[in-house]
Design a binder for this molecule. Sequence first.
Ligand SMILES: O[C@H]1[C@H](O)[C@@H](O)[C@H](O)[C@@H](O)[C@H]1O
Length: 603
Amino acid sequence: MNITEESESHPLRSDGNHPTHLTEQGLTSLYDLYEAPPEPIDDDIFESDDADIEDGEPNIPFIFLLTVLVSFSGFLFGYDTGYISAALIATGTDLGREITPEDKELITSATSFGAFMGAIIAGTLADILGRKWVTLGANILFVTGALVQAGSHSVTAMVEGRFVMGWGVGIASLVAPLYISEMAPGRYRGRLVVINTIAVTGGQVIAYVFGAILGDRHGGWRALVGFGCVPALIQLVVFIFMPETPRFLIRANKIDQAKKVIRNIYSGRAGPVDEHLVIKKVKLLLEFNHEEHGDISRIQKLGIEIKQIFGVPAYLRSLAIACGLQAIQQVCGFNSMMYFSATLFEMVGFSNPAVVSLVIACTNLIFTVVAFNLIDRSGRRRILLSTLWVMAVMLVLTGIAISKVLNDMGSAVDSSSPWAKVVIVTMIGYVAFYATGIGSVPWQQSELFPMSVRGIGTSMATATNWGLNLIASASFLTLMQRITPGGTFVLYAVMCLIGEALVYCFYPETSYLTLEDIQGLFQDGFGVEKSIALSREAKRRYEQQQQQQQQQEEDGTIGHSVGVISQEPVVMDADKGAKAVNIAAKQRRLRSDCLTHMPTDDL
Ligand SMILES: O[C@H]1[C@H](O)[C@@H](O)[C@H](O)[C@@H](O)[C@H]1O
């Protein structure tokens, strides 16, 4: 297929007619432009800077490896928040005395509070030291915290260990998805970030399993806590050899190092990447990610960032969305249910509540894998719109069922009541929809911010997550007492519905878009309609590229390209490759302009 053939097979042209809504709006000429066959290759274009950040075939195994390694942070986030309930039951008098409910609350919330504090500084630290070194620093906190806890003989020491570890959790929960977002090509970014969430939920499952195994053994809780050191130490050693993200390197003016990382990312099956392409990518990244602030101190720079994030409307919109999504994730009640699931199941009469809790944690893990499959293909926005309302329905049903069990049985409950089974089924349903949507999507937060405020923006969003995590978990049992269990679940359902409405009105679709594309969305509003059209177009190109690649593989011509397999489905010989990149980018911009004016029917 050549360039001209590509334009002829454009799906929008298949009926040969212009869509009427475009003609009605007087957009026929724009549409004609959109449909125009590609310009002939000329040297002016070759000299232009019109490349696209997404051009080139990324080395997916390499990016995947980096993602898995950084996701050890996610695993530690999950493991360290997951093991505590089992560990607390198992401590007996090992902490100097029988621990009281107040001690339990303090020990549990010390991590969330530490995470809240860690999140506040994590973004700024990641901007100063780099994503890689902050990841390493978080590991030191994980190891220190775990060792202090494992060796503790008093409640105070345990609280201190949990608090130190909490800082690590808060920092890692921000930096891991940030690192992945900045490494990943746009079309894979959603999935790669979800790998970190899979690690979080996997860590929670392992914590429950180990808790069940080690909890009964004498001193087993020390091993349970100490195990957290293992992944942290592995990551600490391996990550020293991992690269920094190209976007951070560009921001830090380390251009040669950035080029090296880009070469690694884009050297793949088609051989080493074309050097033209590397230079053009660097230029583009420089355009978007480099900042000149002159000779100012870090504190002054932070002041500028804070002023910008609240003062520039586009940045404020990004912030509102990132914090809003994290808030919905926490106020919809998932963690309360996760932390107190054993108590809840005991209430409705299950004799082995720990096993049922494990089922909940496994459901969370399995459906995070579903999110992995859908997040780019279906899009973040569509997933949220299709799951939040179902979560609300499940919560209402759980509330009704719990009230029925409690009314039927008084305090002497038993699991033979059919309503008890309804509680399990609806809670599993709720968790499944949670994990597919709001459990995973908010961690895509880094993509919402431009580089200049990415650190501070993600810090605020992550701090929102941990702050509300603390409040939601601390208030759960009180809410159950004050407004009854049924009322508590209905309250969470209302939160989900509010979330649904907010997502519908304000959350743009970001799948398949590059970080740099996303920056343009918030200029004059939340860019919801524009984003849907752009994302759909980017997806179409990606799918065409996939087909073309498959075709090349079948024809045995894959080695003839120069690694410039862009989102444009064009085949090129070695010489014309770079030129075609420029044409591709020009067309892309043209299409983007047109799409901006296209009405969308599919919000
Ligand atoms: O995305 C994660 C995941 O859903 C975890 O299971 C949950 O405990 C965290 O709070 C959340 O941030």
